[in-house]
Design a protein around this ligand. Structure first.
Ligand SMILES: [Ca+2]
Length: 393
Protein backbone atom coordinates (compact mmCIF):
# COMPACT_ATOMS: atom_id res chain seq x y z
CA UNK A 1 0.00 0.00 0.00
CA UNK A 2 1.72 3.13 -1.22
CA UNK A 3 -0.20 6.09 0.09
CA UNK A 4 0.18 9.32 -1.74
CA UNK A 5 1.63 12.40 -0.18
CA UNK A 6 -1.64 14.15 0.12
CA UNK A 7 -4.48 14.16 2.53
CA UNK A 8 -6.29 10.88 2.74
CA UNK A 9 -7.61 11.37 6.20
CA UNK A 10 -11.17 12.27 5.28
CA UNK A 11 -13.49 9.52 6.40
CA UNK A 12 -16.58 9.93 4.30
CA UNK A 13 -19.66 7.94 3.54
CA UNK A 14 -19.43 9.00 -0.09
CA UNK A 15 -18.42 5.53 -1.17
CA UNK A 16 -21.53 3.76 0.03
CA UNK A 17 -23.54 4.48 -3.10
CA UNK A 18 -23.78 1.49 -5.42
CA UNK A 19 -21.28 1.87 -8.22
CA UNK A 20 -21.88 -0.02 -11.43
CA UNK A 21 -19.44 -1.28 -14.03
CA UNK A 22 -19.97 -1.93 -17.69
CA UNK A 23 -19.21 -5.63 -17.18
CA UNK A 24 -22.16 -6.27 -14.89
CA UNK A 25 -20.15 -6.26 -11.70
CA UNK A 26 -20.96 -3.70 -9.08
CA UNK A 27 -20.02 -2.81 -5.56
CA UNK A 28 -22.69 -3.06 -2.93
CA UNK A 29 -22.09 -1.47 0.47
CA UNK A 30 -22.19 -3.71 3.53
CA UNK A 31 -22.52 -2.82 7.21
CA UNK A 32 -23.82 0.58 6.21
CA UNK A 33 -24.97 1.43 9.72
CA UNK A 34 -21.50 1.74 11.19
CA UNK A 35 -18.67 4.16 10.73
CA UNK A 36 -15.51 2.57 9.34
CA UNK A 37 -12.12 4.14 9.92
CA UNK A 38 -9.10 3.06 7.84
CA UNK A 39 -9.97 -0.62 7.51
CA UNK A 40 -7.05 -3.03 7.10
CA UNK A 41 -8.68 -6.44 7.12
CA UNK A 42 -11.88 -8.26 8.02
CA UNK A 43 -11.82 -11.83 9.24
CA UNK A 44 -13.47 -14.52 11.32
CA UNK A 45 -11.92 -16.98 13.76
CA UNK A 46 -12.51 -20.61 12.92
CA UNK A 47 -14.56 -21.17 16.07
CA UNK A 48 -17.99 -21.74 14.58
CA UNK A 49 -19.45 -18.52 15.97
CA UNK A 50 -19.59 -16.74 12.61
CA UNK A 51 -18.38 -13.54 14.24
CA UNK A 52 -16.68 -11.08 11.91
CA UNK A 53 -13.99 -8.72 13.11
CA UNK A 54 -12.84 -5.51 11.45
CA UNK A 55 -9.23 -4.45 11.96
CA UNK A 56 -8.59 -0.71 11.74
CA UNK A 57 -5.24 0.91 11.18
CA UNK A 58 -5.45 3.29 14.12
CA UNK A 59 -5.43 0.30 16.44
CA UNK A 60 -8.94 -1.01 17.00
CA UNK A 61 -10.33 -4.44 16.30
CA UNK A 62 -14.10 -4.34 16.30
CA UNK A 63 -16.70 -7.07 16.37
CA UNK A 64 -19.19 -6.25 13.63
CA UNK A 65 -22.92 -6.56 14.17
CA UNK A 66 -24.30 -9.87 12.92
CA UNK A 67 -27.17 -7.87 11.41
CA UNK A 68 -25.54 -6.00 8.54
CA UNK A 69 -27.87 -3.07 9.06
CA UNK A 70 -26.85 -2.96 12.72
CA UNK A 71 -25.37 0.18 14.20
CA UNK A 72 -23.48 -1.23 17.19
CA UNK A 73 -19.98 -2.66 17.20
CA UNK A 74 -18.06 -4.04 20.14
CA UNK A 75 -14.40 -3.18 20.67
CA UNK A 76 -12.51 -6.47 20.85
CA UNK A 77 -9.02 -4.96 21.09
CA UNK A 78 -7.90 -1.35 21.38
CA UNK A 79 -4.23 -0.50 20.85
CA UNK A 80 -4.97 3.03 19.73
CA UNK A 81 -3.16 4.61 22.71
CA UNK A 82 0.20 3.10 21.73
CA UNK A 83 1.54 5.99 19.63
CA UNK A 84 1.80 3.95 16.49
CA UNK A 85 2.00 6.67 13.91
CA UNK A 86 4.51 9.31 12.98
CA UNK A 87 2.19 10.41 10.24
CA UNK A 88 -1.15 9.65 8.65
CA UNK A 89 -0.10 7.12 6.07
CA UNK A 90 1.23 3.61 6.41
CA UNK A 91 1.94 2.94 10.07
CA UNK A 92 -0.44 1.52 12.61
CA UNK A 93 -2.13 -1.81 13.23
CA UNK A 94 -1.31 -3.49 9.93
CA UNK A 95 -1.50 -7.24 10.47
CA UNK A 96 -3.91 -9.54 12.25
CA UNK A 97 -4.44 -13.30 12.24
CA UNK A 98 -6.45 -15.67 14.41
CA UNK A 99 -4.64 -18.83 15.48
CA UNK A 100 -6.02 -21.80 13.48
CA UNK A 101 -6.96 -23.37 16.83
CA UNK A 102 -8.49 -20.20 18.20
CA UNK A 103 -11.50 -22.12 19.45
CA UNK A 104 -9.25 -24.12 21.78
CA UNK A 105 -6.55 -21.60 22.72
CA UNK A 106 -8.07 -18.13 22.14
CA UNK A 107 -4.82 -16.85 20.63
CA UNK A 108 -4.40 -14.28 17.91
CA UNK A 109 -1.50 -12.33 16.40
CA UNK A 110 -1.02 -8.70 15.46
CA UNK A 111 1.57 -6.53 13.78
CA UNK A 112 1.65 -2.88 14.78
CA UNK A 113 4.03 0.06 14.50
CA UNK A 114 5.89 1.65 17.38
CA UNK A 115 8.08 4.76 17.56
CA UNK A 116 11.35 5.61 19.34
CA UNK A 117 12.79 3.51 17.94
CA UNK A 118 10.61 3.06 14.92
CA UNK A 119 9.77 -0.63 14.55
CA UNK A 120 7.16 -3.23 13.74
CA UNK A 121 6.02 -5.36 16.67
CA UNK A 122 4.63 -8.86 16.22
CA UNK A 123 2.69 -9.96 19.27
CA UNK A 124 0.44 -12.73 20.48
CA UNK A 125 -2.65 -11.93 22.52
CA UNK A 126 -5.40 -14.04 24.04
CA UNK A 127 -9.09 -13.57 24.32
CA UNK A 128 -10.45 -12.60 27.74
CA UNK A 129 -11.32 -15.56 29.95
CA UNK A 130 -14.45 -13.74 31.03
CA UNK A 131 -15.82 -12.38 27.75
CA UNK A 132 -15.43 -14.03 24.32
CA UNK A 133 -16.08 -10.66 22.67
CA UNK A 134 -13.07 -9.00 24.31
CA UNK A 135 -9.35 -9.54 24.07
CA UNK A 136 -7.22 -9.54 27.20
CA UNK A 137 -4.85 -6.59 26.69
CA UNK A 138 -2.60 -7.87 29.50
CA UNK A 139 -1.99 -11.14 27.67
CA UNK A 140 0.45 -9.66 25.17
CA UNK A 141 3.50 -11.78 24.37
CA UNK A 142 5.93 -10.04 22.02
CA UNK A 143 7.36 -12.45 19.46
CA UNK A 144 9.48 -10.20 17.28
CA UNK A 145 10.42 -6.56 16.82
CA UNK A 146 11.70 -5.44 13.43
CA UNK A 147 13.50 -2.08 13.13
CA UNK A 148 11.95 0.22 10.54
CA UNK A 149 14.02 3.11 9.17
CA UNK A 150 11.05 4.99 7.70
CA UNK A 151 7.31 5.30 8.07
CA UNK A 152 6.45 3.55 4.82
CA UNK A 153 6.77 0.07 3.33
CA UNK A 154 6.54 -1.65 6.68
CA UNK A 155 3.82 -4.04 5.56
CA UNK A 156 3.12 -6.54 8.37
CA UNK A 157 0.47 -8.60 6.61
CA UNK A 158 0.09 -12.01 8.31
CA UNK A 159 -1.37 -15.31 7.22
CA UNK A 160 -1.56 -18.78 8.74
CA UNK A 161 -0.86 -21.51 6.21
CA UNK A 162 -3.01 -24.65 6.23
CA UNK A 163 -0.17 -26.46 8.05
CA UNK A 164 -0.46 -24.03 10.97
CA UNK A 165 2.74 -22.06 10.33
CA UNK A 166 2.55 -18.27 10.30
CA UNK A 167 3.73 -16.16 7.39
CA UNK A 168 4.52 -12.50 8.02
CA UNK A 169 5.43 -10.08 5.23
CA UNK A 170 7.69 -7.08 5.70
CA UNK A 171 8.26 -4.27 3.21
CA UNK A 172 11.70 -2.92 2.40
CA UNK A 173 11.39 -0.28 5.13
CA UNK A 174 11.06 2.68 2.72
CA UNK A 175 11.68 5.42 1.86
CA UNK A 176 12.15 4.90 -1.86
CA UNK A 177 14.80 3.19 -4.01
CA UNK A 178 15.48 0.65 -1.21
CA UNK A 179 18.28 2.97 0.04
CA UNK A 180 19.87 0.42 2.40
CA UNK A 181 19.51 -2.43 -0.10
CA UNK A 182 17.53 -4.30 2.53
CA UNK A 183 15.40 -6.45 0.24
CA UNK A 184 18.34 -8.57 -0.99
CA UNK A 185 20.07 -8.57 2.43
CA UNK A 186 19.05 -11.75 4.20
CA UNK A 187 20.35 -10.59 7.53
CA UNK A 188 17.42 -8.20 7.98
CA UNK A 189 13.70 -8.88 8.02
CA UNK A 190 12.79 -5.96 5.75
CA UNK A 191 11.75 -6.92 2.23
CA UNK A 192 11.04 -10.53 3.25
CA UNK A 193 8.29 -13.00 3.92
CA UNK A 194 9.18 -14.94 7.03
CA UNK A 195 7.70 -18.17 8.36
CA UNK A 196 7.55 -19.07 12.04
CA UNK A 197 5.88 -21.63 14.30
CA UNK A 198 4.00 -19.86 17.09
CA UNK A 199 3.39 -23.13 18.95
CA UNK A 200 7.01 -24.12 19.57
CA UNK A 201 10.29 -22.50 20.64
CA UNK A 202 13.69 -22.67 19.01
CA UNK A 203 16.56 -21.81 21.34
CA UNK A 204 15.86 -18.54 23.15
CA UNK A 205 13.36 -17.35 20.57
CA UNK A 206 9.74 -16.94 21.72
CA UNK A 207 8.66 -18.92 18.63
CA UNK A 208 9.90 -21.86 16.64
CA UNK A 209 11.82 -22.02 13.38
CA UNK A 210 10.20 -24.57 11.06
CA UNK A 211 12.69 -27.35 10.35
CA UNK A 212 12.22 -27.02 6.60
CA UNK A 213 12.68 -23.26 6.31
CA UNK A 214 14.83 -22.71 3.22
CA UNK A 215 17.96 -21.02 4.58
CA UNK A 216 18.66 -22.90 7.79
CA UNK A 217 21.99 -24.20 6.57
CA UNK A 218 23.31 -20.87 5.32
CA UNK A 219 25.43 -18.65 7.49
CA UNK A 220 24.53 -14.99 8.01
CA UNK A 221 20.98 -15.56 6.86
CA UNK A 222 18.02 -15.17 9.21
CA UNK A 223 16.47 -18.62 9.64
CA UNK A 224 12.94 -17.19 9.64
CA UNK A 225 13.19 -16.09 5.99
CA UNK A 226 10.93 -17.90 3.54
CA UNK A 227 11.19 -15.58 0.50
CA UNK A 228 12.96 -12.29 -0.23
CA UNK A 229 13.47 -9.49 -2.71
CA UNK A 230 10.10 -7.86 -2.00
CA UNK A 231 9.30 -4.17 -1.86
CA UNK A 232 5.99 -3.76 -0.07
CA UNK A 233 3.99 -6.99 -0.12
CA UNK A 234 0.34 -6.10 0.36
CA UNK A 235 -2.29 -8.81 0.37
CA UNK A 236 -1.29 -12.42 1.05
CA UNK A 237 -3.50 -15.41 0.34
CA UNK A 238 -3.16 -19.13 -0.08
CA UNK A 239 -5.54 -20.78 -2.52
CA UNK A 240 -7.02 -23.72 -0.65
CA UNK A 241 -7.71 -25.54 -3.92
CA UNK A 242 -4.31 -25.28 -5.61
CA UNK A 243 -2.11 -24.49 -2.60
CA UNK A 244 -0.60 -21.54 -4.48
CA UNK A 245 0.66 -18.69 -2.29
CA UNK A 246 -0.36 -15.35 -3.83
CA UNK A 247 1.25 -12.05 -2.98
CA UNK A 248 0.90 -8.61 -4.54
CA UNK A 249 4.01 -6.42 -4.35
CA UNK A 250 3.59 -2.67 -4.67
CA UNK A 251 5.91 -1.04 -7.18
CA UNK A 252 7.74 2.26 -7.18
CA UNK A 253 8.17 4.01 -10.53
CA UNK A 254 6.64 1.82 -13.19
CA UNK A 255 5.48 -1.72 -12.32
CA UNK A 256 2.88 -3.21 -9.98
CA UNK A 257 3.20 -6.97 -9.67
CA UNK A 258 1.60 -10.23 -8.61
CA UNK A 259 3.89 -12.99 -7.38
CA UNK A 260 3.45 -16.64 -6.57
CA UNK A 261 5.61 -17.16 -3.53
CA UNK A 262 7.94 -20.15 -3.52
CA UNK A 263 10.02 -21.34 -0.63
CA UNK A 264 13.43 -19.67 -0.86
CA UNK A 265 12.40 -17.52 -3.81
CA UNK A 266 14.08 -14.20 -4.68
CA UNK A 267 11.53 -11.78 -6.14
CA UNK A 268 14.06 -9.33 -7.49
CA UNK A 269 13.61 -6.01 -5.68
CA UNK A 270 15.55 -3.79 -5.80
CA UNK A 271 17.55 -5.20 -8.69
CA UNK A 272 14.28 -5.43 -10.53
CA UNK A 273 10.95 -3.71 -10.55
CA UNK A 274 8.48 -6.21 -11.95
CA UNK A 275 10.26 -8.33 -14.53
CA UNK A 276 12.50 -5.41 -15.62
CA UNK A 277 15.79 -4.09 -14.29
CA UNK A 278 15.06 -1.35 -11.75
CA UNK A 279 16.16 1.84 -13.44
CA UNK A 280 17.83 3.34 -10.39
CA UNK A 281 20.32 0.48 -10.06
CA UNK A 282 23.20 1.21 -12.39
CA UNK A 283 25.45 -1.62 -11.25
CA UNK A 284 24.78 -5.08 -12.66
CA UNK A 285 22.98 -7.67 -10.54
CA UNK A 286 25.16 -10.57 -9.37
CA UNK A 287 25.72 -13.04 -12.19
CA UNK A 288 24.40 -15.95 -10.13
CA UNK A 289 21.22 -14.18 -9.01
CA UNK A 290 18.05 -16.07 -9.85
CA UNK A 291 15.03 -13.82 -9.79
CA UNK A 292 11.46 -15.08 -9.91
CA UNK A 293 9.42 -12.88 -12.20
CA UNK A 294 5.89 -11.87 -11.36
CA UNK A 295 3.16 -13.90 -13.04
CA UNK A 296 1.46 -10.62 -13.88
CA UNK A 297 2.40 -6.96 -13.82
CA UNK A 298 0.82 -3.70 -14.90
CA UNK A 299 2.38 -0.33 -15.45
CA UNK A 300 1.52 3.03 -13.96
CA UNK A 301 -0.81 3.95 -16.78
CA UNK A 302 -3.16 1.30 -15.31
CA UNK A 303 -2.76 2.00 -11.62
CA UNK A 304 -0.23 3.08 -9.01
CA UNK A 305 -0.50 0.80 -5.99
CA UNK A 306 -1.62 -2.81 -6.17
CA UNK A 307 -3.79 -4.35 -3.46
CA UNK A 308 -3.64 -8.13 -3.48
CA UNK A 309 -6.64 -10.36 -3.12
CA UNK A 310 -7.52 -14.03 -3.36
CA UNK A 311 -8.64 -16.73 -5.75
CA UNK A 312 -12.41 -16.82 -5.80
CA UNK A 313 -14.17 -20.10 -5.05
CA UNK A 314 -17.58 -18.75 -3.97
CA UNK A 315 -20.95 -19.42 -5.57
CA UNK A 316 -22.58 -16.06 -6.23
CA UNK A 317 -20.29 -15.00 -9.10
CA UNK A 318 -19.77 -18.13 -11.22
CA UNK A 319 -18.00 -16.22 -14.01
CA UNK A 320 -15.21 -15.45 -11.57
CA UNK A 321 -14.68 -19.01 -10.31
CA UNK A 322 -11.01 -19.84 -9.97
CA UNK A 323 -9.89 -16.29 -10.76
CA UNK A 324 -7.68 -14.07 -8.64
CA UNK A 325 -9.50 -10.90 -7.58
CA UNK A 326 -7.35 -7.86 -6.85
CA UNK A 327 -7.33 -4.13 -7.34
CA UNK A 328 -5.48 -0.85 -7.29
CA UNK A 329 -5.57 1.37 -4.23
CA UNK A 330 -4.97 4.58 -6.16
CA UNK A 331 -7.70 4.44 -8.78
CA UNK A 332 -10.13 1.86 -7.43
CA UNK A 333 -9.94 -0.54 -10.32
CA UNK A 334 -10.74 -4.21 -9.74
CA UNK A 335 -9.53 -7.03 -11.96
CA UNK A 336 -9.98 -10.78 -12.24
CA UNK A 337 -6.80 -12.60 -13.24
CA UNK A 338 -7.28 -16.00 -14.83
CA UNK A 339 -4.14 -18.03 -14.15
CA UNK A 340 -3.80 -21.57 -15.47
CA UNK A 341 -1.64 -23.10 -12.75
CA UNK A 342 -1.09 -26.39 -14.56
CA UNK A 343 0.23 -24.56 -17.62
CA UNK A 344 1.89 -21.92 -15.44
CA UNK A 345 0.60 -18.98 -17.43
CA UNK A 346 -1.94 -16.18 -17.30
CA UNK A 347 -4.90 -16.77 -19.61
CA UNK A 348 -6.47 -13.36 -19.28
CA UNK A 349 -6.91 -10.38 -17.01
CA UNK A 350 -10.30 -8.69 -17.03
CA UNK A 351 -11.13 -5.34 -15.54
CA UNK A 352 -14.32 -5.74 -13.53
CA UNK A 353 -14.77 -2.30 -12.10
CA UNK A 354 -13.46 1.24 -12.21
CA UNK A 355 -14.30 3.56 -9.35
CA UNK A 356 -15.77 6.94 -10.30
CA UNK A 357 -13.81 10.00 -9.25
CA UNK A 358 -15.08 12.52 -6.75
CA UNK A 359 -15.09 16.29 -7.27
CA UNK A 360 -11.42 16.47 -6.25
CA UNK A 361 -10.43 13.80 -8.74
CA UNK A 362 -9.95 11.13 -6.09
CA UNK A 363 -11.20 7.58 -6.56
CA UNK A 364 -14.40 6.99 -4.60
CA UNK A 365 -13.21 3.47 -3.77
CA UNK A 366 -9.66 2.81 -2.55
CA UNK A 367 -9.28 -0.85 -1.72
CA UNK A 368 -6.97 -1.74 1.16
CA UNK A 369 -7.99 -5.42 1.21
CA UNK A 370 -9.88 -8.09 -0.67
CA UNK A 371 -10.99 -10.85 1.68
CA UNK A 372 -13.34 -13.82 1.63
CA UNK A 373 -16.35 -13.91 3.91
CA UNK A 374 -17.44 -17.18 5.54
CA UNK A 375 -19.21 -18.19 2.31
CA UNK A 376 -16.16 -17.41 0.18
CA UNK A 377 -17.76 -14.28 -1.25
CA UNK A 378 -15.62 -11.18 -1.77
CA UNK A 379 -15.58 -8.37 0.74
CA UNK A 380 -13.48 -5.34 0.00
CA UNK A 381 -12.34 -2.73 2.45
CA UNK A 382 -12.30 0.85 1.31
CA UNK A 383 -9.87 3.41 2.69
CA UNK A 384 -12.52 6.08 2.19
CA UNK A 385 -14.45 4.48 5.03
CA UNK A 386 -16.70 1.70 3.83
CA UNK A 387 -17.02 -2.05 3.45
CA UNK A 388 -18.11 -3.22 0.02
CA UNK A 389 -19.27 -6.46 -1.53
CA UNK A 390 -18.74 -7.47 -5.12
CA UNK A 391 -22.00 -8.53 -6.76
CA UNK A 392 -23.43 -9.06 -10.21
CA UNK A 393 -26.32 -6.92 -11.34
CA1 LIG B 1 9.57 -8.50 -7.93
Amino acid sequence: MYFFQRSLAAIAFSAVLPMASAEGIQLKPAWTGIKVDRPITLLSPSDGTGRQFLVEQRGKVRLLPSDQAGKETKTFLDLSDRKMEENQFEEGLIGFAFHPKYKENGKFYVCYSQQEPKRSVISEFKVSAADPDKADPASERILLEVPQPFWNHNSGNMLFAPDGLLFIAFGDGGKRDDPFRFSQNRFVYNGKIIRIDVDTRTGSRPYGIPSDNPFLKQEAVLPEIYAYGLRNPWGLSIDKTTGLFWCADVGQDIWEEIDLIQKGGNYGWSWREGAQPFVIRQEPAPADAKFIDPIHQYDHSEGLSITGGFVYHGKALPDLAGKYLYGDFANGRIWALNYDHTAGKVVDNTQLFQAPLDAKGQATFKPTAFVEDAQGEPVMLDWNGSIQRLTSK
